[in-house]
Design a protein around this ligand. Structure first.
Ligand code: HEM
Length: 404
């Protein structure tokens, strides 16, 4: 009887409920995690994983595949080039593809801080003039867009084109993360743009990431592979950082003066701020894997936990980052938290290869932000959410400088 009542309670916490509550999901996560951190939801026929230990274990287990994830199995995912990106590859082939990125990205993380600082200062010039700033369109969005364009070697002089690419890439990010808006022409346009850029680059290779992809022709033998991975990096590197910064400002405003003082006393404080923002916001809310065979977790996680071959597993990184077994006072923003073992960059073979660069980008952006006098929400406004339940952050977050 007690078991039936518990099942009923858990059943209310299905995937649909989580999606409905995507702007404030933590009460649902907490309830689900405390009852069963690895739970089979009949309505979505997927396992919902909300505990840190279970998320890490599954992401590190090669029997769970990315290539069978929702996008590759869905009709939109069948569209080349969405299905050819390394996010949906496994095993040795995937490892080789990821390796192509590592050296150029490490080089950029070391050499790009002054470029990122320039992008941030240019973005904030208007704010300094007018005393107003939209944290998304006037800060997070341009910094993340110009940074990833620089990484890939996309010409930044045509601002209107970059804006267009950003819009098309948002659709690509939606489709890749399983949220379909039905504007497939955007993906086609983005694909055409990268085909042209690849043709130009082939004539004059440089030290950008796209050139590195082209030079790795044994790993990316076909043009579709190049196009797919350019589109993926452009979206993966931009949407996540934009959400982190655009939403993060709101958390910082809660105690702006304190953070500003700490930053003045210790310039490395932005590193800790960045880590805690990554934990609190966790821009990629969940990842999807599929079991390549029956996998029995009953010994590790008490209860009947046999994931059957072909079943989908949704790993809620955001819930793992609030797991009280790993983070004390998980709901509080505590920049001095140590250790801070968040999984915002994922875990295991697909763990974000852009993490070091993203951390540099976040730190530089925060340094510039904290040089502003304090901010507050623009009276009469509130942030607006993007409806993508996985990647969507604020689409606008209007702020004004607080009078001294
Ligand atoms: C706040 C910033 C970022 C966050 C939170 C983030 C998060 C993630 C996560 C969770 C994954 C794992 C996906 C999976 O396991 O299926 C991932 C993969 C990836 N990220 Fe990031 N990312 C960020 C920034 C970046 C940047 C700046 C770049 C590029 C310069 C980048 C490039 C990639 C790529 C290429 C992958 C795919 C790796 C693979 O499938 O092997 N990311 N990212």
């Amino acid at each position: 009887m007690q078991r039936r009542a518990m099942n009923k309670a858990i059943n209310k916490l299905n995937l649909l409920a989580l999606r409905r509550h995507y702007t404030e999901p933590h009460a649902l996560y907490n309830s689900l995690r405390s009852q069963d951190s690895l739970y089979y939801d009949e309505t979505s026929q997927s396992w919902l994983v909300t505990g840190h230990a279970a998320v890490v274990k599954i992401l590190d287990d090669p029997r769970f595949l990315s290539s069978l994830g929702s996008a590759t199995n869905s009709s939109a995912g069948q569209l080349s080039p969405v299905s050819r990106q390394m996010l949906f590859m496994d095993g040795e082939k995937h490892k080789q593809a990821q390796n192509v990125m590592l050296r150029p990205l490490a080089h950029m993380a070391k050499n790009m801080p002054s470029d990122i600082q320039r992008f941030a200062q240019e973005a904030m010039a208007t704010a300094n003039r007018t005393g107003e700033m939209d944290a998304v369109s006037g800060f997070a969005s341009p910094i993340s867009l110009f940074t990833i364009a620089h990484v890939l070697g996309i010409p930044a002089d045509d601002k209107a084109m970059l804006q267009q690419l950003e819009n098309w890439s948002d659709t690509f990010g939606d489709v890749t993360s399983g949220y379909f808006r039905g504007e497939m022409q955007d993906i086609k346009n983005l694909e055409d743009y990268f085909r042209q850029l690849i043709a130009q680059k082939r004539r004059a290779l440089t030290d950008d990431l796209l050139s590195a992809f082209i030079m790795a022709h044994d790993i990316f033998p076909e043009e579709d592979d190049l196009v797919a991975n350019c589109m993926m990096v452009f979206a993966a590197g931009r949407i996540t950082t934009k959400k982190l910064l655009g939403n993060g400002v709101t958390l910082l405003m809660q105690d702006w003066e304190t953070y500003q003082k700490e930053f003045q006393a210790n310039p490395r404080f932005t590193k800790q701020l960045g880590e805690e923002l990554l934990r609190m916001i966790t821009p990629t809310r969940y990842l999807i894997r599929e079991a390549s065979e029956d996998i029995d977790f009953s010994d590790t996680f008490p209860g009947n936990h046999v994931v059957r071959k072909g079943q989908r597993v949704l790993l809620f990184l955001e819930a793992a980052d609030f797991d009280p077994a790993v983070f004390s006072q998980p709901q509080d923003f505590l920049p001095h938290r140590r250790p801070n073992k968040h999984v915002a960059f994922g875990y295991g073979p697909h763990q974000c290869p852009g993490a070091t660069l993203a951390r540099v980008e976040i730190q530089v952006a925060l340094e510039e932000l904290l040089s502003l006098s304090s901010l507050q929400p623009k009276p009469g406004t509130c942030p607006v959410w993007n409806p993508n339940p996985n990647l969507g952050g604020f689409t606008s977050n209007p702020l004004v400088f607080k009078p001294a």
